[in-house]
Ligand binder design. Sequence first.
Ligand code: FNR
Length: 678
Amino acid sequence: YVFSAMQVVDNFARETKEVKNVLLDEGKPAINLYNLRIESDLDDKKTGKKYGLGSSAAVTVAAVRALCKWYGLTLTTPELCKLAIIASSLVKKSGSGGDVAASTYGGWVMYRAYNREWLEAEIEMIESGDSSLHKLLRKKWPRFEVKRLKVGAGLRLLVGWTGNPASSAELVGSVKAGVKAGDLTAHNPAKTSAKTYAKTYEDFCVQSEKCVQKIANALENGNIDALLSGFAQNRALLKDLGEITGTLIETPKLTRLIEVANGAGLPSKTSGAGGGDCGIAIARAEDFDAVSARIEEEWQNSGIEALNLKVAEFDESSDLSLIEQRKDDHIKLACKQYNAHAESGFEHVRFIPNALPQLALSDVDTSVSVFDESTKWDTPLYINAMTGGSKKGENINESLARVAAKTGLAMASGSLSAALKNPHLEETFSVIRRFNPHGFVMANVSAGASAEQAIKAVEILQANALQIHLNAAQELVMSEGDRDFSAWLNNIEAIARELDSMKVPVVVKETGCGMSARDVLRLKNVGVRAVDVGGRGGTNFVAIENARRGRKSDYEFLDYWGLTTVESLLDIAQCDEILCEPRDSSDSCDSARMQVFASGGVRTPLDVVRSLRLGASAVGVAGEFLHTLINEGEDALVEQIESWKAQIRVIMALLGCKNIEDLRENSRILIDDKPCVI
Ligand code: FNR
């Protein structure tokens, strides 16, 4: 396994330009000159007992990981996993790769095996020079799936070792032979044909897949009853399979192990391929101490040794696959929860019509000055912060960048936090600049970022402005989210100061819970000159995180947290201090004026004009544009934006307003059906 890992990583490194330029004395690259030292605690050194915990997979993954590091190759977790599976499959073809995935990812994972014949053919293509390891890592592997499960600390594992070694290869071979040959007359007097067995095996796979899905859900929900029934189902399926293929999967000791655990109310199953070695049981963390002592004693009486093992922890913040999964979840759930009728309060804002507009459509000028007089946008509209940090995010950023370039709209990237931790992800954001070299681009960081990180984010995108997002509610509902917001205002002050000296404007934005006049005032007092209210009613990150938690109703009561976009704008509009208040004697009223951008549930050009009338300098749209892009494609989004641009002009003409200032000062509205004219 170690030699295979060395061979695979050496070859991978040879294919890679990034390899450290280490040279031998005679000038040849020192591609495979290193010492590997291996230590393991997986088996018992003193007694020589081998527990069957997947040490072959572990050593393969460890060697692949160490060598990639040595070569300076930055791989994502899924890529590392694939490389280790390739190395492992070159030694043993029958492995599922599940143990390799567990070793690569750490924590709880749900695993679906790749198609072995497919991988074998792919490796042959590499060997014959028709493909490369790089190409193979980038491909989608048929059937293959590794998904992290969010199990948390609520469940704990008990592991029992039966003392009998098991050979997974032999067991899998035996099942395969049974399925293929149909030669099982000893076990099946009815002499079932090979075809029938293949059919039975197919049924087994379908049922097994359902069962695994059920178990994964039960683990994430901490549902012991569902686990009990899922494990029982899985056991019955394996029993049938063992019988029809003449393979002993559950040995008498494993049966005893499971029955003892079940007797104490714990779900339990054979581990690996069965046939010996270990079985597992799962307990609620709060019951663990009480039940484990009892079970371990009974196991011991039956010659089963309890092993002191825990599910491996991993660093969530630096795990690329987790970041990618989160980013992809956000896109998927934002689209799934999208509602064409947002609840941001716009429906309560009605314009009083102007029956005598007294101007021509061609008189209308929708341009706005943003940040300072020198920055002018032709349309008071921008594509708000969304994504980056995953392959899918990169593709969306590329599309949005092309759309922004074609339509002339400003656009913001999603939060660059992931790229600031993992430079490997920078390209998923910088693609925006590559496809929109001349447009107005805003970088986006969290309020937890330092001034240094904010500058780095601006550099990655060569950004014209920086958004700092506020998302306390989202972080608190997100199980892996931040819990400490005490430094936010200080961070924002430091970023605003640094970027001010670099002449890069800063916008502090909410992400769907809105901002009050008081919030805006506090930001103004630390030197912020622009905010985006990011109000409630459109994309709802509390609801998205509630859906990601997979646990019903945990924080659902927060789904409607915050101020709608309209409420935020109205609260801010009535606060003179925000809109015009010199900070010191040198500050003229105008230079201290806060710019307010509106976003959150903007679904129509009329919502844009309403926002402008309520005081917004420009209006950001995220969910609506994402919905169009995902469902109808890039051209449809360009078309939608072009229509909106024209329709904004039409609405302004209808109101008799020739520019945004005119709209703000001279158009009249009613709020909430009450004749309250402001
Ligand atoms: C967002 N939003 C967002 N905001 C932010 O400041 N940083 C970010 O990384 C993200 N990520 C993100 C992902 C996805 C998929 C969506 C849809 C949105 C929030 C966004 O900029 C905006 O504030 C809210 O979505 C509200 O506007 P809409 O979507 O209702 O128009």
